[in-house]
Design a protein around this ligand. Structure first.
Ligand SMILES: Nc1ncnc2c1ncn2[C@@H]1O[C@H](COP(=O)(O)OP(=O)(O)OP(=O)(O)O)[C@@H](O)[C@H]1O
Length: 257
């Protein structure tokens, strides 16, 4: 019997009604994701990337098809799927320790267990010295680590990231990409990551999913078989970048990254 995928997007469609007009944000999307896979979604603005992420998060219900996690329909948000927002979404009035412990504590986990979980994840992200700091005292990289630790402390198996590095300078972005990959490799998380950058998609992912607008849909999926850690300056990387770039441009005739 075939292994059940952690995520199974089956013929998913989403039509929004806006002022009496219908916007088909997503049509017949099909995608299966294996546990531990790192998937990047890429495509022109409006092709439904965020919509697909929000459906997996359970923030939106599909209007056609279904999204399954471990074979069960996703019925709403749940701790096993965590969204990391571009601004990291940390509570500014709570310390690092309190931010990480918030999820398990509010789910009624015993105090001692919450304390153990928090300390484990603070050690994992290397922020012991900043455990009592507030978010405004942290760098962007540290905030990202706390945001991911918060999702992990909630027993998340899937992390959803919507252009988390879109607003950052190139150097910070490269550092955060390395940190994210390191955490991903250490934890065995499954990641769905939206980006507009071909280079970022190839650097990070096991598979790049190309989407197209009008209506939004999945056009193709491309396994990236380059060994890790990847070197963006290598001829092999450049070859994949050229092939994927040509593919993207042929889909929507626009520059994508
Ligand atoms: N809540 C909503 N109500 C109405 N229309 C919406 C809503 N959310 C998204 N849309 C529309 O659905 C389409 C897909 O939007 P979505 O945000 O998923 O695209 P995207 O690929 O993430 O775009 P971008 O790269 O610009 O973030 C767009 O035309 C958008 O205007």
């Amino acid at each position: 019997m075939a292994e059940i995928p952690i995520l199974d997007i089956q013929g998913v469609g989403k039509t929004y009604i806006l002022n009496d007009s219908r916007i088909e944000a997503l049509r017949d999307a099909n995608l299966t994701v294996r546990k531990g896979e790192f998937i990047c979604l890429i495509g022109a603005s409006g092709c439904g990337k965020s919509t697909l992420l929000r459906i997996v998060a359970g923030f939106e219900a599909p209007t056609a098809g279904q999204a399954l996690m471990w074979g069960k329909p996703i019925a709403g948000p749940a701790p096993d799927r965590g969204m990391v927002f571009q601004d990291y979404g940390l509570f500014p009035w709570l310390t690092v320790r309190e931010n990480i412990g918030f999820g398990p504590a509010s789910r009624g986990r015993p105090k001692a267990e919450v304390r153990d979980t928090v300390e484990r994840f603070i050690a994992l992200i290397g922020l012991a010295r900043f455990a009592d700091a507030h978010p405004h005292q942290l760098s962007g990289g540290m905030k990202q680590r706390v945001a991911i630790a918060r999702v992990l402390a909630n027993d998340a198996e899937v992390v959803l990231m919507d252009e988390p590095f879109g607003a950052l300078d190139a150097m910070t972005r490269e550092r955060l990409q390395d940190e994210l990959l390191e955490l991903w490799q250490r934890t065995g998380l499954t990641v769905l990551f939206v980006t507009h950058s071909i280079e970022e998609a190839i650097f990070l992912s096991d598979r790049v999913v190309v989407m197209e607008p009008g209506p939004g849909r999945i056009a193709s999926a491309h396994p990236v078989e380059l060994p890790r850690p990847r070197d963006v300056a290598s001829p092999e990387f450049n070859l994949v970048r050229r092939e994927l770039g040509a593919r993207l441009h042929s889909h929507h005739g626009k520059k994508a990254a």
